[in-house]
Write a protein that binds this ligand. Structure first.
Ligand code: SF4
Length: 221
């Protein structure tokens, strides 16, 4: 597992996720923007989320208090590029209420309890909760997404059925490393980068830096 991380890190360098609009945002507004991105990225590509977040920022709505004061239809109009905009606008309002009341508590409690609290919010599933825990709260949870499953099922031939099984696989294999949250942060971002560059739906195996250790390498792909 670590060899994969090292090869990808050498190939792509530090990714510095999670990308936020305001480079000088304070911790709280950064936490809200990351959480907003984690909700908006459900079922859509990140480039669409960037447009939606910029729209929210341009309308001065990138704060939970302001989301709560704004109608669902106005929020939906801003986040249209991210798809499922009515549903996501409702989710943003529900999450904004949670953020104002509970978000600071998440920092103080253990990761398992914080995860349970996030999962109890309507519209927050495991991948979204884990993205918030890792990228907004610096808690050591490995985020499992479609890219992670694609790369590791091809490369190692593993095929887990559930989100929890996938996540346990990473947690067990990376349990002894230091600075876990920082490493999980980089590793997930590197997986995404690699899947965009080489391990695409149609993999570019001949250009792949992991080809020497990949079980699924397709000659001349
Ligand atoms: S060798 Fe091909 S299938 Fe394997 S990780 Fe690289 S691009 Fe993906």
């Amino acid at each position: 597992m670590l060899d994969v991380f090292n090869i990808l890190f050498e190939r792509y360098g530090r990714q510095g996720w999670w990308p936020v609009l305001a480079a000088n945002a304070d911790k709280k507004s950064r936490g809200f923007e990351v959480s907003t991105g984690a909700i908006l990225t459900q079922n859509t590509a990140w480039r669409n989320v960037e447009k939606a977040i910029k729209n929210l920022s341009d309308k001065n709505l990138l704060a939970p208090e302001l989301i709560l004061k704004t109608s669902v239809s106005d929020i939906a109009e801003c986040i249209k590029p991210a798809g499922y905009y009515n549903q996501k606008a409702e989710r943003l309002k529900i999450f904004s209420e949670f953020f104002l009341g509970e978000f600071d508590k998440l920092k103080e409690i253990n990761t398992g309890k914080a995860r349970q609290m996030l999962l109890s919010v309507k519209g927050i599933g495991p991948e979204t909760a884990d993205s918030i825990l890792l990228y907004a709260l610096n808690k050591p949870v490995f985020v499992i997404d479609a890219y992670t499953k694609r790369l590791f099922s091809r490369m190692l031939g593993v095929d887990f059925k559930t989100y929890t099984e996938w996540q346990d696989f990473f947690h067990k294999n990376l349990e002894d490393i230091e600075k876990q949250a920082e490493m999980f942060n980089e590793f997930h971002a590197l997986i995404v980068e690699h899947c965009k560059n080489a391990c695409k739906k149609q993999p570019l195996c001949e250009k792949c830096s992991l080809s020497s250790i990949c079980k699924a390498k397709i000659p001349n792909a």
